[in-house]
Structure formats: C-alpha cells, structure tokens
Design a protein. Sequence first.
Length: 574
Amino acid sequence: MKTFNGIAISPGIAVGPIFKIRKADISFQRKSISNPQMEWLRYQEAIAITKKQLEDLYSIIKRNVDEKDAEIFHAQLLMLEDPDLNESIHQIIEVDHINSESALMDAVNSYIANIESLQDEYLRGRAIDIRDVAKKVLCNLLNIKESPFDGLCQPSIIIADDIAPSDTAIMDKSLVLGFCTVKGGATSHVAILARSMGLAAVAGIGSDILNVSEDNNMAILDGDQGLLVIDPDNHLIKDALFRQNIAIIRQSQNRLHANDPAVTIDKHKVEIFANIGNEKEAKEAIIAGCEGIGLLRTEFIYMQSDHLPTEQEQYCIYKNILDIFGMKPVILRTLDIGGDKKLPYFDLPKEENPFLGQRGIRLCLAYPELIKPQLRAALRAANGHNLHIMFPMVADISEVKAAKELISVCYKELNKEGTLISPSIKIGIMIEIPAAALIADKLAKEVDFFSIGTNDLSQYTLAADRTNASVANLASAFHPAVLKLIQKIIIDAHALGKKVGLCGELGSEPEAAPILLGLGLDEFSMNPVAIPGIKSVLRQLSFENTQAFVNSVLQAPDSASVKKMVRESFPQIF
Ligand code: PEP
Ligand code: MG
C-alpha cells in the first residue's frame, strides 16, 4: 500500500483500477526495404486497423457527444480510401523500395502541400484531417497507441502527467471513475471537466506516481482530501466505499429539490446559473435546476471542430442551445483562447508568457475574423430569446469600447441584410484581471452586467499560474486579496444598478457560499452537477448573518484562515 498526496481539485471518492495515459513517441527512420509486396501488405494491415479504430471512435463520440461531432471520423474513414493518396504510397513502396512509414508521410506531405497552395478554406480544413488520419496510420505501423485512451476498456481511475482538452473530447466518459494528474491546479481544464462530470480528481500528485503505479493496480482516489492510495487494504476500501455511499445519498437528496429556488431563510433570493460548453451540457443544466446560463464557454465549440466554425455552423449551435432555454437568460462568452487553450487549425504566434499574452478579447480584437462571425451568429440566434454577450479578459476600458463597436458593426451589417435582431441583447464583461476589478466603477458605466472569473482573477492577483501544481495552493480564490477585489466589484456595480454574477470555480464551493452571499452576489454560476448542492447550502443560510460574517472574514490573513472561519461559523452546511 502506498499513499500519494496532491491537491483536491474535484470532490468525491473513486475506488477502482488504475489506467495510465502515456504520450506516444511517433518518430521513425527512413529505410530501404527488400520486399515491397510484403511491405505493401504491412501497410494494408495498418489501414485496416485504423479503419476499425475510426469506426469505434465514430460510435463513441456519437453516443457521448453527438452525431455531428462524430462525423469527422466518418470523413476520416473516407480519406483512408482516397485513391490518389493510396496510389502515391503504393508507388513509393513498390518503385522506390522505401518503408511504409516514410512512404506514407512523403505522400501525405506532398498531397497537403498541393491542397494548401490552393488557398481554399475548405481544402485547408481537409489538410488538418489528412494529417490527423495519417498520424493514426503511422501509429498503427509503429505499433503504438495514438489515442491516450486506447486500451481503456473498464471503468478506471485515470492517471496522467496532464490531460489536454483535446484528449478529453475523445474519452469515453462512462469508463472514467476519476482523474489524478501530475500537473494542474484547482482551475485547470481537468478540474473543470471532472467537476462537470461529478467525478473525483486530484492534481499535483508528483511524477513518481507514473513510475510506481501499473495499469490495473487497485486504488482509492480521494478528491475531498487530495489523496491517491495504491493497493489499499480491505479496511481502507470498505471505509472509502462507505464515504462514497454517504455522498451519493446526500446528492440524491439534494437532487430532489434541484428545481426549488435558492432562497435564504430570511427570504433573500439569488439566481443559480450554469456553466456549459455545448448543447448536451445545456440539457443537463436544465435537469440540474439552473435558472439560466451564466457562462457558455464557446471556445469548446471551436475546440471540438476541426476548422474555424463558420457563422452558419455557430448560428445553429447557439440557436439549439437558446431554444432549450426559451426566455431564460443565456450568457454567451465570446471566444476565449490563448493561455492554455489553443485551436489546432489557427496558428497563434509563439509567446513567452501565454497567460500574459494575447488571450481572450485581446486576441479577438487583433484578429476580427475570429470574432465577427461569432458575433453575427450570436446576434442572429438571439431572436426570440434572452441572450447576453460577454467579453473575457478585459483589462482596459478601450477594449470594451472596441468590442462594443464590433457588435454595433455586426448589428448594422445584419440590419442592412434584412436580418431580424433582438433589440434586448445585454452586453457584459468578465472581471478576471485585478486591473479591471480596480476600475470596476468605470467599467460598470460601459456595460449591463459583470461576471467575476475567479479562476483567472486568483491567478493574476496572486501571480500564481492556475495550471502549475507547485503553486496551486497559493492560487486560491479564498485568499483575502481576491475576496476584497470581489467585494469592490460588487459594490461598484451595485452603485450603478448593474448585476454581478460569478462563474469561476469558486461559485461551486460550499465553503464559498456564505462569503459570496454575504458580499451581495446576485448570481452564482457553476457546473451543473454542483447546482443542487449549492442551492441546498444557500437555503440553510441567513443573508443577514452572512453580511455580518463577511466583515470579519475579510480581515483574515490567508486562505486557510478564511476556510477555517467558514467551517467554524457555518458547521450546519458541511
Ligand atoms: C474564470 O477565469 O474564472 C473563468 C470562468 O473563465 P475560464 O476558467 O474559462 O478562464
Ligand atoms: Mg477566465
């Protein structure tokens, strides 16, 4: 039995076998071969395996995401049958006596060079697919796993150095019991994903775990205490299963009241919204009892696509989501890439400090071709609904003015084209940079609402990278410095009659509920899974008591003292 300590990033207990994710090395050597027929047969075998994998991927994505997202694998299947490409590869093997790996990459590279020189957007998109499918064939030729989840065939605790957003898009979620990563912090992608799936997760576990653990080792992952125990004894397993059951019972009790409003015992109501990234999550959010969407992370729509989504494609996605919500508010956040979020088909300039570089609104203002189709799609889809548009990563008032100007350009264009646009669209910004918090009084004059992004607000306030496990404890939104900024944002917005929401991970923390309530937050937005639990916590609190409590908690010296004060003052909610 061996115990590893990490950072608790998503609550819950998982008990089961380990599955380790390894990054594949797909380097190979160029070789002459003596038997071209045998080599061609070897190539054909790799193609057959790849076809089977693509068919499986198609079914998995269709089942777990939706049919549209699965289509990409169907298109890749067709590419494997491309007669021109196959003929070129055959020629290189047969005539030049070159090994399959080199023949494949030679043919694919010249095929791609040809289509890229055509400067056609559709064909450029095809080049990405061809590269992707070639990589799959290459892995099969080299006999290595390409998908980090290949071989995952039973519900398991996933152990990895790190898990990229693109990896999780192809993961069969029904086979994941929890996540444990060497890297990452409480607001990293894997943390957000684990919480939205209601799974336990621990980060910053230390790289030893990759050497010490083996696939199928039995383990307990404790997302409440940030622990991973390998080869636990029976006593520990029994205890873990007992705690798992208690949590399940509590969750199902909370779910019974998921649709009741969040009204405190002294009748103060706050709005409970959801953070989502696609249509499937929109449906889950409704079932979880949300009253609207506080954060539609549109970059996930871009990340799940293999090309820059067109205005029409985006229109359909936004329309489908808005239709689910009728007249309930939906806050669409414009594309927030840069930092740790990248688009494979959109080359961003390399930056020394990406989190301090062209991220969010900065990038979109620099490349209006990224955001204009999105704004036009959103404005069109808004008709007959209650859509709000929100800009991320605002640091300066000039950015808000430029973004509003872009919206008004799109309005005018659409009007001219005769498209009906809803006149009631509200415009807001995320407050996630300390500079924005400190000029909140000025920014409030420019917009209809704020939403506080505590994930970034914490990393920028404490100068602690949110994805770096070694500073994860420091990058806490419970730090009094962050709480004081939240207080200022709310006071400044309310002075001008503007509403304030919060869509960072702090909103789903039960320990944060009394603080945020006492600070006067109007709207809590969180992953759908957390909604019933947070509603239940808020219903047990008194607004008046929490207002008094906030005055003392803001005097605490550090995050640990803040949490301790909450636990001591509100024992009933834990
Ligand atoms: C945040 O920064 O708090 C936020 C909600 O945005 P994201 O996590 O997508 O950066
Ligand atoms: Mg953010």
